[in-house]
Design a protein around this ligand. Sequence first.
Ligand code: PGA
Length: 264
Amino acid sequence: MIRLPLVAGNWKMHKTIAEARQLVPELVYGLQDIEGVQKVLCPPFTALLSVKALLEGTDIGLGAQNMFWETEGAYTGEVSPKMVAELCQYVILGHSERRIYFGETDEGVRRKVKAALAVGLSPIVCVGETLEENENGKTEVVVRRQLEEGLRGVELEVDESGGVPLLVAYEPVWAIGTGKAASGEIANRVVEEVIRPTLASLYGERVAQAVRVLYGGSVKAANAAEFFEQPGIDGALVGGASLKAEEFIGIVSAAASSKQRQLT
Ligand code: PGA
């Protein structure tokens, strides 16, 4: 089973429209010749429309960082799945920062995942343990629960192209924005021993093997290859390093060369 690698830049709450207009052309230029990797930018809502225009005619996809599950209504401050789907192909859901700072729960993630799939968006569902959970040996239990609860009742099938319209990002909370990435080997072990078996128990082996699983947490150009060389890791969700053109381009090109090597 060949899973096309994907590298997504999660800009978080960074970049005004004016700043995005400076960064995106640099990314477009630097990424244009890199093949065999899906590239995705996830700017804040306010910059989505401008970034979409700048990406016109390129192979770079667009994603949002969150959305609400209701289609429309009196939900001040929220953005609906159909609004996101007008602009984007992807949406990051259940990011640990949303869970920690905005009280997002597994149940909320589940509703959002269903709503995203219903409008044709590909959700990138984030899971990962905190430092405390990690130190207490709870990684497996936490990640399995987040997947089982976050995906309960969500239907997934392999489509004609052999893919599944949902991605999982393994992002250990202790590695996010800290400069302390997990080792490639440890991250791969969580993917192979926890994430794919949990997906297999929910959907069967065929779907589990088709879902792309990304690693996220302090990925930069200098350490990216360590993750992409792991057989279970199909790409990266990049925060801080996605704000610098050179870094992000370096990460995407590491994905292209590592995954190319695995195929030959
Ligand atoms: P980081 O963030 O690359 O800045 O650690 C990753 C993420 O939160 O998706």
